[in-house]
Design a protein around this ligand. Sequence first.
Ligand code: LMR
Length: 396
Amino acid sequence: LFSAVEMAPRDPILGLNEQFAADPNPNKVNLGVGVYFDDDGKLPLLECVQQAEKAMMEKPSARGYLPIDGIAAYDNAVKGLVFGSASEPVVSGRVATVQALGGTGGLKIGADFLKRLSPGAKVLISDPSWENHRALFTNAGFHVETYAYYDADRRGVNFDAMLASLNAAPVGTIVVLHACCHNPTGYDITSAQWDQVVAVVKTRGLTAFLDMAYQGFGHGIQEDGAVIQKFVAAGLTFFVSTSFSKSFSLYGERVGALSVLCQDKDEAARVLSQLKIMIRTNYSNPPTHGGAVVAAVLNTPQLRALWEQELAGMRARIKVMRQKLVDGLKAAGVQQDMSFMTQQIGMFSYSGLSKDQMVRLRNEFGVYGTDTGRICVAALNSKNIDYVCQAIAKVV
Ligand code: LMR
């Protein structure tokens, strides 16, 4: 049965973790996967999470099956975070939200549902996009193409080309958009440009699927979620996937969500019933712990304020490291102006380094980033920054 099974390539992002773990280099630095580490190089366990867990442990509860769509208080908190708890879509009951296994799980539930709704639709992802977008939508049965996005020469978004790609898309095309902190480039479009994208989505009859994995890592929780309001104001129905992996530092809990904005409450109930089938036939129902922690934090004012403060701290530290990276590269002798790195936003910097340079960084210095030149600025700290800058200086 298995004799003809071929060896699959390593995952372009998570595969780096495996390689990193096996690397004996004592100076190794993992800038591959999008994970935030503190200035001591440690994965933080947020204080708000610890306090929520402590309160939960004081009243331990048995672990029955959750409802298929997850913890109601969690789903409601997600709706509030994404759309605003007093917003018209939430108050009118036209948002269908399900707890999902991380942001990836939200994307996959949405992709499976869309495949049933629009089996012949094409999916457009940005060029480039998160490495898993193409694979995930392809595995859901879609034909995946790209819309123009990154302009390597100008170091930024080629917005005219992006708009032209979207304008040329057939009616019903599913467009995967990064709500904030574009992964991998770190370049977002402006608020005015979003208005134009929303207008094209509306006039061309496209289906928007917003991936919001980094809310709070750009300019702030509200600011990063502002694009959602634009789609709502345009009267569109659309999909949003949410991840709390990064914003709560709960990577291994696989805690995320999918929200679908529908036309009315009745439609939302029907959509929810279908999403539940996608979940039930894949993994039955979600796990308890991560969702319970996030719900407790988001629904308890004191813990929520603490979370916002801790998230702001992570966001600020990343910005400091961006500047240190630019300064450090200059000090290490890199001639090229790298100040573009401070214009990028979120966890990543698209460094402009070639695949050969990234491979050299890995093999000769134990500095891991993706082959595409993406490095996770959120994993830099005051102890590894000089080493990383010197390593980069040697390969450029
Ligand atoms: C990343 O892009 O590194 C993260 O989103 C982690 C992942 O699942 O790929």
